[in-house]
Structures are given as C-alpha cells and as structure tokens.
Write a protein that binds this ligand. Structure first.
Ligand SMILES: Cc1ncc(COP(=O)(O)O)c(C=O)c1O
Length: 332
C-alpha cells in the first residue's frame, strides 16, 4: 500500500527505459538472496520469462532439447527464438541422451526441463538429467514455477532438493503461485547474464511490473525464506489429500504425492465436466484440465493445495469429492 501511495499504480515504461524503480531492484535482490545466486531478472509474467530467456539464449542454428510435456510458455519461447526444437518422451533420461547425441558437433545446445510438471504434479529426475545434459555439453534451464517456496530445504525447488542446483545455468520462476502476486523471473550465476537485459525482447519491449506488485513480491519472497513450518504443513495437506482420494477409489496422476498439485484422472471429458460441476455445487472449485493442455489426452481435475488450507478443510474437500464422485458414478 505504501508503494502504491508513493509511486503510483504503474510505471508507464520498460525496464530498460523509465520502468526500473528501486522496488524492481529490491525484488531482484530478494531473488538473488532466496536462490543464493548472482543475478536475477524480473519479467512481467512467468510466461514472458520463459519466452524471453529461451528465445534469447537459443537462436537460429542452436538446438533446444525439451520434455514433450513442457509448459506452453516454453514451447512459445522456442518458436520465438527460431532454434531447432528436439522433444523427448516425458521424464525419459535415455531418450533425452539419444537426442543430445544426435546434435551436430559444435552446435549450441540447451536442455529445458521443469522441476514439477504442472498437469500431473509429478517431478523430474533432475539430478540425472542435468548430469547427462552437462556431459553432452549443453546448457540447462529449469522451470521451477511450481516448486518455489515449497520443495527443497530452502524452498529453492526440485534442483535444490536433488542436489544439482549448482549445475543448472538458468532457473525460471513465477510470482503467480507461491509468491501470491504476478510476475516472472530468471536467476542465474552465468557471468554474462546481465547482457540479457539489453537484448531480451519480452523484457525490453513491455512495461515493467507496478511498484505495489514488486513490493508485494519482495516481501513475500522474504517470507518464503522463513517458511519451513508452512512447507511442512503443505506436505501434510498434499499427503492427506492424495491418500484420501486414493482410498476412496479415485485414479491419481502420481502413485505418491510429489508436489502441491494433486491431479485426479477422469475417465473421459464428459464425466470430468459432470464431476467438476458436481464439485462446484458442493462448494469446491478445482481446475478442469483437458486436451490439448494435458498429456496423453487426459481429462484432469487438478487440485492445487496451499499452506493456508487447514487440515479440517482438506477433510472437507475429501468429503466433497466422495459425494460428487458417487453422484457422477466415478467411484462406487
Ligand atoms: C511450468 C510453468 N511455467 C510458467 C508458467 C507461467 O507463469 P505465469 O502465470 O507467471 O505467466 C506457468 C503457469 O501456469 C507454469 O505452470
């Protein structure tokens, strides 16, 4: 509120012109501290962070090797940069290695991975994938949109949790999930990182985030640094919801809970939509995800838990799923 009062509702300009205020630098400092990295660049959304960084570091003649289930912003970043795009089967280390080995000698290589995949809420075997990518001479970018503040001893994500964060060249993240506002970023230790600010089109040619948004994000990031109690509670929520849904006979996206996303697989789109409506009538909103946004043509009811959900609320959610599932005929 103070930022809004002092600096107004918007910056009316690009980060490279009149749109960099003290608050933008402060949030980048907070990100450097949070990830213990040298550089941070804040974008207006996470979508733009992927668009900007991927298209700038991999251009014509370079190769991008990426998981087939990558987020739309990653695919769009590849298109914008004009690099050769080589997808591999989801989380398949061998397939990734084969693709990397087929790239012509001397070409620039970028491997793009996600810590948590947003549709099924499954995590990637990052440690091994990063090792293989590095051995093939590739740079590595990991989108940790769904793990920030939650996964890893300091909430730095799956790469931190699996002990390979120091091998990752670029981490992409968003303020639209655990940070609770809007915005996106890239953090890195790359010595030439700062040059990106001048050549990255989705950073240069758009207005910067409003002062109140960056002030909120900086405060929130600093809170996440001290969030270990909340992290523990969120894991509890995730485990309870996963176990409860499984016990009631629902088919889930992962065998075990791997993140704060619990995806419930619907038999088809028709019954998925009916279930979604029945849950809404119960008073529960969940996201209905359907092809082409989902892998393998699945229809999903995608639950995103947060640390603010109480244990009691998670039990209420389970009761709602049970009643709706019976009414629609998805469970017995
Ligand atoms: C994996 C992943 N990357 C990037 C984004 C984009 O983030 P934002 O909402 O900040 O544009 C999302 C959001 O849905 C996401 O799930």
């Amino acid at each position: 509120m103070r930022a809004l009062d002092e600096f107004g509702s918007g910056t009316t300009g690009s980060r490279v012109l009149n749109g960099t205020y003290a608050g933008h630098k402060a949030v980048e400092d907070a990100l450097c501290e949070f990830y213990a990295m040298d550089h941070a660049m804040v974008f207006s959304t996470g979508y733009q962070a992927n668009l900007g960084i991927i298209s700038t570091i991999a251009g014509k003649g370079d190769y991008i090797v990426l998981d087939i289930d990558s987020h739309a912003s990653i695919w769009d970043g590849c298109k914008l940069g004009d690099a050769e795009v080589v997808p591999f089967k989801h989380n398949d280390i061998e397939a990734m290695e084969k693709r990397l080995n087929r790239i012509p000698e001397g070409a620039g290589k970028l491997v793009v991975l996600e810590g948590v995949y947003s549709m099924l809420g499954d995590i990637s075997p990052l440690r091994e994938m990063v090792r293989v990518a590095k051995a093939a001479g590739a740079m590595v970018l990991v989108d940790e949109a769904h793990s920030m503040g939650f996964i890893g001893p300091n909430g730095r994500g799956v790469a931190e949790d699996q002990g390979c964060l120091d091998q990752v060249d670029f981490v992409i993240g968003t303020f639209s999930k655990s940070v609770g506002t809007v915005g996106g970023f890239c953090v890195s230790n790359h010595p030439k990182f700062e040059i990106l600010r001048l050549v990255c089109r989705p950073y240069v040619f758009t207005a910067s985030l409003p002062p109140s948004v960056v002030a909120t994000a900086a405060t929130s990031i600093r809170k996440l640094m001290r969030g270990s109690n909340k992290r523990a509670h969120l894991w509890e929520n995730s485990r309870t919801l996963h176990a409860g849904l499984k016990a009631r006979g629902f088919q889930l996206g992962t065998e075990e809970p791997q993140s704060a996303i619990i995806a419930v697989i619907m038999p088809d789109l028709e019954r998925g939509a009916a279930m979604w409506e029945a849950l809404l009538k119960e008073g529960l909103y969940v996201n209905l995800a359907r092809p082409p946004a989902t892998p393998a043509n699945m229809t999903l009811l995608r639950c995103s838990l947060c640390a603010e959900h109480t244990a009691e609320q998670v039990e209420t959610i389970l009761g709602m799923f049970e009643r709706a599932g019976r009414a629609v005929g998805i469970i017995d």
